[in-house]
Ligand binder design. Structure first.
Ligand code: PNS
Length: 163
């Protein structure tokens, strides 16, 4: 039974994330989508909001659950008995930081393996930051985020803009 974690800040979830969730749910027996704070980023959506959106879009996958954690990813992996960390790679620009994190995580816990999945090319330009930027200027993000949470994302970005 291979248990994998797909970690991220998911601020907010995008179609690129959903694509990785879908493919990783087929590759592993169980997948935990784990929302962790990224110390390098200030988040727009609260942790509960990010978890709630992920729960909505993963309802259809019977072997996927959503959780949140504050602390080191490898400690979380130990806690939930997961041996694999799944990461999505969009472009060479992702590689440098992901390479560094994978090596740091291996140094911290060599029993947990990081595996990378190449993004679907149609989502290679999509990121949470691009979604926030485009929606913040009133642009159309319909093809960038899962349809079930599109309105939640637009409403939140508008409410922050109008605050
Ligand atoms: O979606 P993101 O922002 O690229 O995800 C990055 C994340 C949250 C997976 C990463 O920052 C992380 O693992 N944070 C938890 C703290 C940790 O374990 N840091 C050590 C990795 S070097």
């Amino acid at each position: 039974m291979v248990r994998a974690i797909y970690p991220g800040s998911f601020d907010p979830v995008t179609n690129g994330h959903l694509d990785i969730i879908e493919r990783a749910s087929r590759a592993f027996d169980h997948l935990i989508v784990a929302v962790l704070e990224n110390p390098r980023k200030v988040s727009l959506f609260k942790m509960e909001e990010r978890v709630a959106m992920l729960k909505i879009i993963t309802k259809k996958f019977s072997n996927v659950n959503v959780d949140s954690y504050n602390g080191l990813l490898v400690d979380y992996a130990d806690k939930v008995n997961a041996s694999i960390i799944v990461k999505g790679l969009r472009a060479v620009s992702d590689f440098e930081i992901e390479f560094q994190m994978a090596l740091a995580n291996r140094k911290l816990n060599s029993k947990v393996e990081t595996l990378f999945m190449m993004t679907n090319n149609i989502y290679s330009f999509v990121s949470s930051s691009i979604v926030k930027e485009v929606a913040g200027y009133g642009g159309n993000i319909r093809d960038m985020v899962p349809k079930e949470v599109h309105q939640i994302i637009v409403d939140k970005i508008n409410s922050v803009k109008n605050a």
